[in-house]
Design a protein around this ligand. Structure first.
Ligand SMILES: [Zn+2]
Length: 198
């Protein structure tokens, strides 16, 4: 039986027995929080549980490494939608120790692509079209630094309102321990003090 068949079978029972009832909530995040984190499988249940989050508490955006590659890409758009359309008031970027994006080299992905039948010619065509595959497919060296960079990108985005606190954290993928690397309240408070002192 395929994975999808098993999922659909399970789903039949889940819906039939009304197991969804305990998850009822709305599309607005109760804790007014939007989280950008990594797609790592270890964080699937651990991250919300370690943060005390339940269904309906937060908007969670995931990708490899919790990275924003482009200020006008889909991750940044999702954060803006969460704030302007879904009433989120704080943003939290959460990287994790042992992330697969640490030290990731574009060459290893491109080698794997070639082994899987993607021709060198196709890769060259992309490069010739001006697509910088080496930057796009490269990870980062330090998770705390990557989180800090993403926090700054969000905080300084031209469409981001000043009063939104943007925090940075690193989570341990086994214990769920969170370390705060950027306290978003600090910059919001200093901006408020600046406004008051004018
Ligand atoms: Zn990761």
């Amino acid at each position: 039986m395929s994975t999808i068949s098993r999922i659909l079978d399970y789903n039949n029972t889940f819906v039939g027995q009304k197991e969804y009832q305990e998850f009822h909530t709305t599309k607005y995040p109760d804790k007014k929080l939007v989280i950008l984190t990594c797609m790592d499988t270890r964080l699937l249940e651990l991250l919300p549980k370690a943060m005390g989050l339940r269904n309906g508490d937060a908007k969670i955006i995931k990708n490899a490494g919790a990275v924003i590659s482009h200020p006008f890409g889909s991750i940044m758009r999702s954060i803006l939608v969460a704030i302007y359309e879904l009433k989120a008031e704080e943003v939290c970027v959460i990287g994790h120790h042992g992330c697969g994006m640490v030290g990731l080299q574009s060459s290893s992905i491109l080698e794997a692509a070639k082994k899987n039948g993607v021709s060198e010619e196709r890769i060259d065509t992309l490069s010739n079209a001006g697509i910088d595959l080496s930057t796009w497919l490269t990870g980062f060296q330090c998770v705390a630094e990557s989180v800090t960079n993403s926090v700054h990108l969000i905080k300084n985005h031209p469409l981001m309102p000043d009063q939104i606190a943007v925090h940075g954290m690193v989570i341990h993928p086994e214990t769920g321990k969170l370390d705060l690397v950027v306290d978003g309240y600090a910059s919001v408070n200093s901006e408020n003090n600046e406004i008051l002192s004018r």
